[in-house]
Design a protein around this ligand. Structure first.
Ligand SMILES: [Zn+2]
Length: 309
């Protein structure tokens, strides 16, 4: 089943906030959220979390990576939930401390203003992206005790970014992979999100596909259960190869011209999407990075065929 609305997903697991960019809340002895969405949705996330946990404390926020639409509301949530501890990879912590990265995340947040308006967020609610502290750094293989009966296994899943982490809770067969395994568009095609390294990205998906999960929480708007969850990585790996083929042939046709390749891919996979989609400046920034990653790969003499298994 594909769950793409806010509310309960299963047991103690919820999607909270605005349906355009919800975050995950796992209730229990120590309530925790996974990712922190967009800055201007901070108070909406707070209301959604409060509806579930009431006056109890929110203990942790586990960040998947250092993108503005995944960590945007951390500073608002830290204000609204004093004592909230934020966990991320050491690489991500480092990035959050860089003034240039903060500047970029601020400008992308500003670029999302039309989205805020289109989903009728009051402009008085429009919070600027603010820097924040990472309290806990996590690394691959680490087991983080969330409570007496829940342990989070940390998996480094680079490729989308170098600092991407996925989180697996074996006791609940629950896997949070964020954007490490792409994002399905409304037609079900899984948009490849290999921004920094195509082969690392593919390898991260292969690794995630071996985890014994039953519930899969994706980076944007969807949690999957049953067969949709089980078949997801096979699909995302196939679509990712398809994307590689498209980009490789465009680069060939346009003799390595990245801007022309961007226009062709955008016309094929972004323009036709109706309904909520990633804001265009962020999409274009990411697409250029994905194409550059494939171009570099071609220059190293690698071809799609080497991924066949
Ligand atoms: Zn991202």
């Amino acid at each position: 089943m594909i769950i793409n609305r806010t509310g309960k997903i299963i047991d103690d697991l919820y999607m909270v906030g605005h349906p355009a960019m919800p975050i995950y809340l796992l209730d229990g002895e120590k309530p925790a959220i996974f990712d922190a969405g967009l800055a201007f949705l901070g108070n909406i996330y707070t209301d959604g979390i409060r509806e579930v946990i009431g006056n109890r404390d929110l203990h942790y926020c586990f960040l998947s990576h250092s993108h503005f639409d995944h960590c945007g509301a951390v500073s608002v949530l830290k204000k609204n939930f004093p004592g909230l501890k934020v966990a991320a990879s050491a690489r991500a912590k480092n990035i959050f401390g860089r003034p240039n990265a903060i500047k970029l995340m601020r400008s992308l947040t500003q670029a999302a203003e039309p989205l805020a308006e289109s989903i009728e967020i009051e402009m008085t609610e429009f919070e600027k992206f603010e820097p924040f502290e990472v309290d806990i750094t996590l690394k691959d293989g680490e087991l983080f005790g969330l409570s007496r009966d829940l342990t989070i296994q940390v998996l480094e899943t680079p490729g989308h970014t170098r600092d991407s982490l996925s989180y697996f809770i074996a006791q609940k067969k629950l896997l949070f992979c964020s954007e490490a395994a792409g994002i399905p568009d409304p037609s079900g095609y899984v948009v490849s999100e290999a921004l920094v390294d195509y082969d690392q990205y593919y390898e991260s998906m292969r690794r995630l596909s071996e985890v014994e999960y039953e519930i899969l929480c994706l980076g944007h708007r969807q949690a999957l259960t049953g067969l949709d969850a089980k078949n997801y990585f096979r699909k995302s790996m196939t679509d990712c190869r398809h994307f590689l083929n498209r980009v490789e042939s465009a680069l060939e046709d346009y003799k390595g011209d990245v801007q022309k390749t961007i226009l062709r891919i955008k016309a094929l996979e972004y323009d036709p999407i109706k309904g909520p989609k990633q804001i265009e400046p962020a999409y274009l920034l990411n697409l250029e990075a994905k194409i550059m990653a494939i171009k570099k790969r071609q220059e190293r003499g690698l071809q799609n065929v080497e991924l066949a298994n």
